[in-house]
Design a protein around this ligand. Structure first.
Ligand code: AP5
Ligand code: MG
Length: 223
């Protein structure tokens, strides 16, 4: 049995923060559709050019574009034994496409990071990202030891262009309208776990670790 782990949650829920660490613990590649779009934008590819308008407006990139990009990424050899998805699926159509792609040898598990809207804007607007290693800081909640410099690799820290208060509110509205139906989608298929994401990152990680790493190890023993 091969695992696809889906980290679900609104903007600022901590999907990237947690997925980066969990992927290392689980030995799975971390596949973030947002990161793939940002990589294309920074390289000025045609896909990046198309996606930029949607990202800057806080809207979803059309399903067929995201699905093509994601499927081509997970066809790579490093995903043959499973992968961790951050930011995909985002609509029921994307979830259906993923489910059709995976045969019964694949075990799909979704974890929802549950965080109230009230704290999300502050989290997103204060986010700082490392240009070199992708490490995630926050101006107040996890400030770097040296201003402007990543704790992990000393790379330059920057802000995403879509991390404005106005765009976050739009992204939140899109999340509630188009992505939150996935909570019932995976729950109805007995594939959903919920973790309280409003606590300190270490506490959230400890719960996710127990939930995913421990059960993954027992699954591997059973194989
Ligand atoms: P994407 O990059 O996926 O953005 P998002 O879903 O809006 O989520 P974020 O990356 O903003 O938040 P996060 O949950 O990863 O939080 P993080 O860990 O960084 O997508 C961007 C855009 O790409 C979309 O708007 C869309 O246009 C397009 N797109 C992507 N996928 C798509 C798809 N499938 N379909 C269509 N379009 C798609 O944490 C945030 C901040 O909070 C950080 O500063 C962090 O340090 C801090 N923090 C994290 N956890 C905690 C905590 N527990 N306590 C305090 N602070 C915390
Ligand atoms: Mg993210």
């Amino acid at each position: 049995m091969t695992s696809v782990v889906i980290i679900l949650g609104p903007p600022g829920a901590g999907k990237g923060t947690q997925a980066m660490r969990l992927a290392v613990e689980l030995g799975l590649p971390h596949v973030s559709t947002g990161d793939l779009f940002r990589e294309n934008i920074s390289k000025n590819t045609p896909l990046g050019e198309l996606a930029k308008t949607y990202l800057d407006a806080g809207k979803l990139v059309p399903d067929e574009v995201v699905i093509d990009m994601l499927f081509s990424r997970v066809a790579a050899a490093d995903c043959a034994n499973g992968y961790m998805l951050d930011g995909f699926p985002r609509t029921v159509a994307q979830a259906e496409a993923l489910s059709e792609r995976l045969d019964s040898d694949w075990n799909t598990r979704a974890v929802q990071l549950d965080v109230q809207d009230g704290v999300l804007v502050e989290r997103v607007v204060g986010r700082l990202l490392c240009r070199d290693c992708g490490n995630i800081h926050h101006e107040t909640f996890s400030p770097p030891a040296t201003d402007g410099s990543c704790d992990a690799c000393s790379g330059e820290l920057y802000k995403r262009t879509d991390d404005t208060a106005e765009t976050v509110l739009e992204r939140l509205a899109v999340y509630h309208g188009e992505t939150s139906p996935l909570i019932s989608y995976y729950s109805e298929r007995s594939a959903l776990e919920v973790v309280d994401g409003a606590r300190a990152p270490e506490e959230v990680f400890a719960d996710l670790r127990t939930l995913l790493v421990t059960s993954e190890a027992s699954q591997q023993e059973a194989r």
